[in-house]
Design a protein around this ligand. Structure first.
Ligand SMILES: Cc1cc2nc3c(=O)[nH]c(=O)nc-3n(C[C@H](O)[C@H](O)[C@H](O)COP(=O)(O)OP(=O)(O)OC[C@H]3O[C@@H](n4cnc5c(N)ncnc54)[C@H](O)[C@@H]3O)c2cc1C
Length: 377
């Protein structure tokens, strides 16, 4: 088996980095929460340990507070999710939320939470997405992989008989009923079958010969990629694990002892274009650092060591993750279907409908794609 990777490392949107001077940060996928069975099982199989982050992903102190009680948020989330269960993809999330929840503050917090998690403007979301709300506010143990989430991909890569070929972007896949030919700038590789696991934003540029069915090409092109950025800032003093959400800035921040330096890195997440624009992310970390200091004045931030990661600028991701479109292919299956006997699609965008946009979804999709090809052979 040959793995062709465009970057110089494995892990893709999971990118763990040791900061000069100390501090282990996750520049991409970070939180492992409830139901991450494939992640837990794969880690156990590889002898990799998961550790508690000391925070609960769904629980964030709203500032300025106090904000709605956790029980009111959960009740509102469940009501909205139930109301949306029968909604078609064309119904707006905002309309359903207004109908299901009378308390304006609960509504506002839930809308902000959903927008943040999906990294896509709330107004652009249809009612199907409300089904995620209870998960976003119910208690859930939250973990990271000891030594960094990327070590899972590294351990998988280390078990391959043939080393991963880095800096090898695939440009074209030719296929017939018996084999596939995979080509890059300076290589051609013939194989019985292949799993295509590149981000949805890049899939539109991969040439297929013969081309993908027209309906599938359209379905793939219709899936938007969300936008998210993360900020990591080392601190002079260690702090207890805690999570805060900015009411006005609509970003959140947390600390965890999993940072390799006992809780001396402040981490922050901003999801959705308008939130990143308010923080001035395009101009660098300055605007966000000022707002983080305002949100959490207790932290002694080493601003000069801040690390900003904007995934829109990453050429091999072009954004955070997929957002299922509200028309044509509302359950995402047309985009994810195998287009020919020797080709299977994998990646978070194919983990429809439940696990898109997650590390767990990416792993599950890989197992599913491998099973599909093995069954076909
Ligand atoms: C900022 C951020 C925070 C996140 N936080 C969480 C979280 O807390 N919990 C969670 O579960 N999920 C989180 N996610 C989502 C999660 O990281 C992704 O869903 C998951 O990692 C995607 O995996 P993938 O294999 O589908 O894609 P990727 O990890 O992007 O892997 C695709 C690989 O294909 C390579 N590639 C691209 N084009 C080519 C080409 N032409 N030829 C060869 N190789 C190519 C890329 O370099 C990459 O290595 C987060 C994502 C981001 C961006």
């Amino acid at each position: 088996m040959t793995v062709l990777e465009a970057r110089e490392r494995v892990g893709g949107r999971v990118w763990s980095e040791e900061l000069p001077g100390g501090g282990l940060i996750e520049r991409g996928g970070e939180f492992i929460t409830g139901g991450y069975d494939a992640t837990e099982e794969t880690a156990a199989r590889l002898g990799i340990r998961l550790e508690g982050m000391g925070i609960n992903y769904p629980h964030r102190e709203l500032r300025p507070g106090p904000g709605p009680a956790a029980s009111d948020l959960l009740a509102g989330a469940e009501a909205a999710a139930a109301a949306s269960a029968s909604a078609g993809a064309r119904a707006r999330a905002s309309a359903f939320l207004s109908e299901a929840i009378s308390d304006a503050e609960v509504r506002d917090v839930l809308a902000t939470r959903l927008q943040s998690a999906l990294a896509h403007p709330f107004d652009a979301l249809d009612a199907r997405f409300l089904v995620h709300l209870p998960y976003l506010v119910a208690a859930a143990e939250t973990k990271r992989i000891a030594g960094g989430n990327q070590s899972l991909a590294e351990a998988l890569a280390a078990r391959l008989a043939e080393p991963v070929r880095f800096a090898a972007p695939v440009r074209e896949i030719r296929h017939d009923s018996r084999s596939v030919r995979i080509s890059g700038d300076d290589f051609n590789l013939d194989a019985d079958a292949c799993v295509v696991a590149i981000p949805i934003a890049l899939l539109t540029e991969l040439r297929f010969d013969p081309p993908l069915p027209e309906a599938q090409t359209k379905a793939i092109a219709a899936i938007p990629t969300s936008r998210a950025a993360k900020l990591a800032v080392p601190m002079r003093d260690a702090v207890e694990p805690q999570a805060l959400m900015s009411r006005s800035g609509r970003f959140w921040a947390w600390t965890t002892p999993c940072d390799g330096v006992g809780g001396r890195v402040a981490n922050a997440w901003a999801g959705a274009e308008p939130v990143l624009a308010d923080l001035g992310v395009d101009a660098g970390p300055g605007g966000w650092l000022a707002k983080l200091a305002e949100l959490w004045p207790e932290l002694d931030l080493e601003r000069g060591r801040a690390v900003l990661t904007d995934w829109r600028a990453d050429p091999w991701a072009r954004g955070a993750y997929s957002v299922l479109p509200d028309v044509e292919d509302p359950d995402g299956t047309a985009a994810a279907a195998s287009p020919a006997p020797g080709i299977a699609f994998a990646g978070e965008h194919t983990a429809v409908p439940e696990w898109t946009g997650t590390m767990e979804g990416a792993l599950r999709s890989g197992f599913r794609a491998a099973e599909e090809l093995l069954a076909a052979s």
